[in-house]
Design a protein. Sequence first.
Length: 175
Amino acid sequence: MKITSLPKLQTERLLLRQLKENDNKVILFLRSDQAVNAFVKRPKTNTIEEANNFINKINKGIDEQDWLFWGITIKDNPELIGTICLWNFSEDKKIAEVGYDLHPKFHKQGIMNEALISILNYGFKVLELDTIEAFTHQNNEPSKKLLSKNNFTHIEYRKDSDNLDNIIFSISRNE
């Protein structure tokens, strides 16, 4: 992975861009809201300072090529509505994990589907990944539906040792 800066990605309705400091209120919401985090096992963000620290950590990780992390916005509206990332790259940079979250008022509008298609395209065509994986809670029906709709396959024999409630999905470049 030789990315010198995070590219902006555009879809029909969306702009995927790097996080900015003024995204801190939305990051605080996304990382603390009960509905958004119902199926996610991660530390809760409790203050604007913690949100700022998270944004700084994410942008530093992009600079160090540890991950790619986009803020999701509606075109012509700079306000953040969600995030999507490729991270947890294999040592040979051929496998990555996708992760995402979205403000509840934007659920059921096809937004995450549109963002995911863009990220899959980028991961397979630009980064030349062989496989993209997704770890999702076994009871997160919307996430499972999104992954299945995008040709991910549930890998039943694999377990997430960090969270046994998660199930693992995978898609390969040639699928």
